[in-house]
Design a protein around this ligand. Structure first.
Ligand code: ZN
Length: 91
């Protein structure tokens, strides 16, 4: 009889340990939120960046024909009447 009583008490103790474990595990899961798989809220949509001002138009590069001054060697445009450096008339 004593042996059966020991077994019964042992089983009761095991049951109590099991219930205690479940109780604390439930509390722990409630705190950590692992019992409810919650997906994180989606990030808010990225704010639309304000429209950048249009890039300033680059001035078209004007390629002028130049001739070298015979007097000073400076390059002067063919549209010039005379050299800007030495004043010599354009050849
Ligand atoms: Zn010149």
């Amino acid at each position: 009889m004593g042996f059966l009583l020991k077994i019964a008490l042992f089983g009761l103790a095991l049951y109590g340990v099991y219930r205690t474990f479940r109780h604390w595990k439930g509390l722990f899961d409630r705190f950590t939120g692992s019992d409810l798989p919650q997906r994180p809220p989606p990030p808010p949509p990225a704010p639309v960046p304000p429209e950048a001002p249009p890039a300033p138009l680059r001035k078209p590069v004007v390629i002028e024909d130049t001739v070298q001054c015979a007097g000073c060697g400076a390059y002067i445009p063919t549209t010039a009447e005379k050299c800007g450096q030495c004043g010599r008339p354009r050849p």
